[in-house]
Write a protein that binds this ligand. Structure first.
Ligand SMILES: NC(=O)c1ccc[n+]([C@@H]2O[C@H](COP(=O)([O-])OP(=O)(O)OC[C@H]3O[C@@H](n4cnc5c(N)ncnc54)[C@H](O)[C@@H]3O)[C@@H](O)[C@H]2O)c1
Length: 380
């Protein structure tokens, strides 16, 4: 019987990259995809060596994404790539995603979706007109306890939301930022590659996306204060944002890469009129539920009390810790279901709408800071 696996192509994600291994493992986790080709790196030797490590037919490994789209779109439907994951530095997301959509491929794109809101909206239009699936990999949304937190808030377990805080603290840029040569040669600090923001684009978008996801509510307007630390560093590395949500409640989004010694500390805390919920990425299997009249409750994956979507994202019986590979695997599985037109649940994977919102957030935060820290409405 012919395989029903989705034929997946990679752009970026070579053995020289940070995020490639996560996508390689996540894609094959539920037997829904087969990696068949791509352009894995801008370095031709690494492109070929990555493909060799995967055991790929080198006739499906290309010199650049334009060639890949042109050749693959002419192949017989039983062998050609159906979906492409885009794992390159930010400025390449838009031209690559546009080219693949125009040629009829589904797209799984890393965040931020693009470098401007205008580009993001254009991609949304093309995706709609071509009727293709488009995911933006906000990885952390795939964790079972994030799904459970979202469901508990939508079920009104904590009552009316009255305060929100989303923080993403890292310290890795300390090794780079205080050294002039290093800070001038890192792509994340180069506006031509990263876009108008570094820290916001890199991790602030995750904090923003998580906030809107778990609250089931949009951020209405923001006031941002960006910190570049050095005058010759053109982009933010440390950001504080005041937010007001659609329901009028207030809170913060804070993201930084100069929190010395911190690793990947994404924390989302939502305070309601009846209780509060708090989750952090470095201990993803614990969801903290606080109320005024009972002692702290810690909810964990795989138990009957979790939502259907949370349980769907748990592969092993309770007590077998799952991590970031599993979270991304859950996203890939949701995308596979959408591509194969199977029934999907709301929240199975972040879509292009979330990608557009992320770009809106970045642009308005940069504008707020530039105009002297003023309140600005999000428009998307
Ligand atoms: N979802 C997440 O949690 C998460 C985490 C880290 C990075 N990211 C995002 O993933 C993207 C890549 O980040 P990274 O840290 O892996 O970067 P990286 O610099 O480590 O790797 C980039 C990869 O893209 C390749 N590349 C560059 N130009 C190319 C081209 N023209 N054609 C084909 N390949 C090309 C490079 O050779 C390399 O393999 C960024 O947009 C980043 O924001 C997301």
């Amino acid at each position: 019987m012919p395989s029903n696996k989705i034929k997946l192509g990679f752009v970026g994600g070579g053995n020289d990259s940070l995020i490639g291994v996560l996508h390689k493992v996540a894609a094959v986790m539920f037997d829904r995809y087969e990696i068949v080709g791509g352009v894995f790196s801008s370095n031709s030797k690494i492109n070929i060596s990555t493909a060799n490590n995967l055991g790929l037919d080198l006739s499906r490994v290309y010199n650049n994404y334009e060639e890949m789209a042109e050749v693959e779109s002419k192949l017989e439907s039983n062998i050609k790539i159906e979906a492409v994951c885009i794992l390159t530095p930010n400025f390449l997301h838009f031209p690559m995603a546009k080219t693949f959509l125009m040629n009829g491929f589904h797209v799984i794109c890393e965040k931020p979706l693009s470098v401007t809101l205008k580009e993001a909206l254009e991609l949304k239009e093309i995706k709609k007109s071509k009727n293709l699936v488009f995911a933006v990999t906000h990885t952390y949304t795939g964790y079972p306890m994030v799904r459970q937190m979202t469901k508990m808030i939508s079920d009104n377990v904590i009552g009316n939301i009255q305060r929100v805080d989303s923080t993403y603290f890292q310290g890795w840029i300390n090794d780079i930022i205080h050294d002039k040569d290093k800070r001038n040669s890192t792509w994340r600090l180069n506006p031509e590659v990263s876009g108008i923001s570094s820290c916001l684009a890199d991790i602030g978008t995750h904090a923003f996306n998580m906030l809107e996801l778990v609250c089931g509510m949009k951020v209405k307007n923001i006031l941002a204060d960006l910190n570049n630390l050095y005058d010759d560093n053109p982009l933010d590395i440390d950001v504080s944002v005041l937010v007001r949500m659609e329901n009028g409640c207030k809170g913060t989004i804070r993201s930084t890469q100069i929190a010395t010694g911190l690793e990947n500390n994404l924390n989302i805390s939502i305070y309601g009129s009846k209780g509060s919920l708090s989750w952090e990425q470095e201990n993803p299997n614990y969801l903290y539920y606080y109320t005024a009249d009972k002692s702290l409750q810690v909810l964990k994956p795989g138990h009957f009390y979790n939502s259907k979507l949370s349980l769907d994202g748990t592969k092993l019986p309770a007590g077998h810790p799952e991590g970031i590979f599993d979270a991304m695997g859950n996203i890939y599985r949701g995308v596979a279901r959408a591509i194969r037109k199977e029934k999907i649940k709301k929240g199975e994977f972040p879509t292009i709408d979330e990608g557009v919102r992320g770009m809106d957030f970045i642009e308005k935060a940069v504008e707020s800071n530039k105009k002297g820290n003023i309140w600005i409405d999000l428009e998307s």
